[in-house]
Design a protein around this ligand. Sequence first.
Ligand SMILES: O=C(O)c1cccc(C(=O)CC[C@H]2O[C@@H](n3cnc4c(=O)[nH]cnc43)[C@H](O)[C@@H]2O)c1
Length: 216
Amino acid sequence: MPILVITAVAAERDAVLGGARSWRIPGPDVLAVGAGPAAAAAGTASALARGSYDLVVNAGIGGGFPGVAPVGSTVLATRVVAADLGAQTAEGFVPIEELGFGTSGFEADPRLVTHVGDILRAAGVPLATGPALTVSTVTGTAERAAELAARHAGAAVEGMEGFGVATAAAAHAVPMLELRTVSNAVGPRDRAAWRIPDALRALTAAFAALEGSLTP
Ligand SMILES: O=C(O)c1cccc(C(=O)CC[C@H]2O[C@@H](n3cnc4c(=O)[nH]cnc43)[C@H](O)[C@@H]2O)c1
């Protein structure tokens, strides 16, 4: 069953490939397509037009919501949400559904999330599950982090590609998962505190554990 893994940058792609290298079954196709939802959607759609896949996984590092997904943990998304797709009004943010011309969320297959989550936990991966928020601007203040957490109950992780990958996967009727390892906390910007090498190692460990389990 061919699997497509989409990452933003080459370091994430190589981390995924490092984990899949130990698989005794054919590994996934892993593509680094660039940062942000537009690059992710275009890269995923192009790959899905070229080949046939049974599952698309958006994988990478991400920001974890404090109290849900600490730095060093791994997040498997139950739902992929475009957190800034809508309109800002004097009364607050209005999601695109309420504007009447689009959708801002895709649910992951709950059976697939349970199955893959069980495999990761059994392998000792410190796992959190919950909504994965996709943003075009990385959150850099406590106020913005609190606003997002209030608007999305149980928000676990923030990244920049999930919604783009999910949109392309849905257009091709292919199931989609988002898996992120937490390099930093969502909140006041402190780039020096990002634990990128640790998060990349966690990504490798997660994919090593997933051999044969990414079955829709
Ligand atoms: O500098 C490096 O060596 C390096 C290695 C791997 C990845 C990076 C990135 O900067 C990846 C950008 C990618 O990470 C996601 N991300 C990570 N933290 C957050 C966050 O707090 N909020 C939103 N996105 C985050 C995002 O998907 C980016 O595309 C650097």
